[in-house]
Design a protein around this ligand. Structure first.
Ligand code: PMP
Length: 388
């Protein structure tokens, strides 16, 4: 696989980018289209043909897994990729597959909430937290769980569930649980971004419930495949039960495709000659972050966080996190950063207020295509308030 064109336009200086045609840039979502070119250049290796007679059954064949709808091939490739990257313990873990990690997050809340009559358990996460957490916790007004707000200020007695996202969406920092009251906290670790293109892999994560997703690891968000690594059998059984009740399993076509994509990723890491998928995507993210940091220094109108350097066991080098999102702060007295960027720069972002934080912050996707990213950089560094 040639990586040259994958990186070519991201590596140019931001003053030498594509023409800005004045279009609206939507960087509000973490749509991972940055990976599109890599997969185009990988060619046929991930192409699949599915005959009409396949995937008729609800059940997965020869599957001794507790999660009865998990395709064995996908289970095997999940274990393999984690072993190669070294980012999570898979030994003695149950794998539960889900329609994205969004479904698994809800399955975990269902599985970990007390099912007695003690009333809904509080679900908390430290601000700035992933904006979907309060929404997916409360949209059905469950009797089992309810949103309890910012974990940093949570003081209630009794059991609670804390969602720990590391690296964090939106700000990219590595995290641990923060509620420091009792031993009654139940933790769900959302490790969607614990992959070497975003942050140094320093150890194998070893938590009770760990959530991963194809959306942010390989960039296949549209495939809608996530997986949970779960220590406790009963928790895994209840998560499986939730998915059974919710969707009677997970698309087999998607699972088979995810297995193939993960296999190609792992094969690329095993290859002696070619650069791995993670090597390519690390380079792309690294170039983008260098350009963004330089732009921030030059313009002085906005800042982005600084990250500590750590050694990555997988890539064998020391680097700073280069997250999937930029948590950008508007300076110079701009109170509503989202509005400023929308009205003056035609850039659609997500305001800090949705993440339980301040309006002077916005979250900006770093995962869009090169052309969009380059125009974005050009616009935020230009002093003109009109983008054209
Ligand atoms: N967790 C986090 C922290 C995320 O950022 C996302 C995607 N934005 C998800 C979960 C959901 O991912 P999926 O596409 O697998 O549902």
């Amino acid at each position: 696989v040639s990586g040259s064109s994958l990186l070519s336009s991201a590596s140019c200086k931001y003053s030498e980018v594509e023409e800005d045609d004045g279009r609206i840039l939507n960087l509000k979502f973490g749509d991972p289209t940055v990976y599109e070119r890599y997969w185009q250049e990988t060619g046929e290796a991930t192409t699949m043909v599915i005959p009409g007679w396949q995937s008729l059954s609800y059940f997965s064949d020869n599957n001794n897994n507790l999660c009865w709808f998990l395709e064995p091939e996908l289970g095997k490739e999940i274990v393999r990729v984690h072993q190669i990257v070294g980012n999570a313990v898979t030994q003695d873990r149950f794998i539960v597959v889900g329609t994205g990690s969004t479904q698994l997050c809800q399955a975990a809340l269902y599985a970990l909430s007390p099912h007695d009559h003690s009333g809904p358990i509080n679900v908390v996460s430290a601000s700035p937290y992933y904006s979907s957490y309060p929404l997916i916790t409360d949209y059905l007004k469950s009797g089992l769980y309810r949103w309890g707000g910012d974990a940093k200020t949570y003081k209630e007695e009794g059991p609670y569930i804390e969602l720990v996202t590391s690296p964090n969406n939106p700000d990219g920092f590595l995290r641990q649980s923060v509620v420091n009251s009792s031993s009654e906290g139940i933790l769900i670790h959302d490790l969607a971004y614990y992959w070497p293109q975003y942050t140094p892999i320093t150890s194998k994560a070893d938590h009770d419930v760990m959530l991963f997703t194809a959306s942010k690891s390989t960039g296949h968000a549209g495939m809608r495949i996530g997986w949970a690594l779960v220590k406790d059998r009963e928790t895994a059984r209840k998560m499986t039960e939730y998915i059974e009740l919710n969707t009677i399993g997970v698309s087999k076509d998607s699972q088979l495709r995810a297995a193939k994509v993960l296999k190609v990723v792992s094969d690329s890491c095993d290859s002696e000659t070619a650069k791995s998928f993670f090597g390519h995507s690390y380079d792309a993210m690294s170039k983008r972050w260098k350009l963004l940091k330089q732009a921030s220094k030059d313009s002085k109108r906005f800042t982005v966080p600084d990250f500590a350097s750590q050694r990555c066991n997988f890539l064998g080098k020391v680097f700073e996190s280069q997250p999937a999102f930029a948590w950008l702060k508007c300076e110079e007295g701009i109170v509503d950063c989202e509005r400023f960027l929308r009205e003056k720069k035609k850039i659609i972002t997500k305001s800090g207020k949705y993440f339980g934080d301040d309006q002077s912050y916005v979250r900006i996707s770093m995962l869009d295509r090169d052309s969009t990213f380059n125009i974005f950089l050009k616009r935020i560094t230009s002093s003109s308030s009109s983008t054209l």
